[in-house]
Write a new protein. Structure first.
Length: 175
């Protein structure tokens, strides 16, 4: 049989060990918290800097006498300086689906090959995703963007077809 003082010493040792383990965890969490705060601070500064640069560019673009922010393009001519890239350009005569990023091009080709309007839930499996609600929302946004930029039409809510343009309305624009 164990004596009461020995039992108390054993429990005290176990409690001391648990306190030390928790202190070590707290120290690790403090380090992780500090890293997360540094990341947050850098992101806030970056966002503020980008907002300021965009505001400056916008103000310079609005001022007719302001200095031009031009950079040479690959052919040596001047092109306006902009922030970001438009992944889905607006459709215009002569533009083909090959100019679109892969997933957008796949969507346009799927819709072009369809016999009629397609809902997003029928397009999603054809681009390699599960037809679950969570997986449908991203492609639905891409479909809406393609509609906004003139590549697709949304004849009925949520049903997408290839956009009809001018006399060649029935021709697939991915060729």
């Amino acid at each position: 049989m164990v004596s009461l003082p020995e039992e108390l010493q054993a429990r005290e040792a176990a409690a001391r060990q648990r306190v030390e383990e928790l202190q070590a965890e707290a120290a690790e969490l403090a380090v992780r918290l500090e890293r997360a705060r540094e990341d947050l601070s850098r992101l806030e500064i970056t966002r503020e800097t980008v907002a300021q640069v965009l505001a400056d560019l916008s103000a310079a673009g609005a001022a007719p006498d302001g200095p031009a922010h031009d950079v040479p393009d690959s052919e040596g001519t001047s092109a306006p300086h902009g922030i970001g890239v438009m992944a889905v350009p607006p459709w215009r005569e002569g533009l083909v689906a090959q100019v679109l990023p892969d997933v957008y091009r796949d969507i346009v080709e799927i819709v072009a090959d369809a016999p009629g309007p397609l809902p997003a839930k029928q397009i999603v499996p054809r681009i390699g995703l599960e037809a679950t609600t969570a997986k449908i929302e991203g492609p639905r946004g891409k479909l809406k963007r393609l509609v906004e930029r003139g590549w697709l039409d949304e004849d009925a809510p949520g049903r997408f077809t290839l956009a009809r343009h001018g006399p060649d309305a029935g021709r697939v624009n991915s060729r």
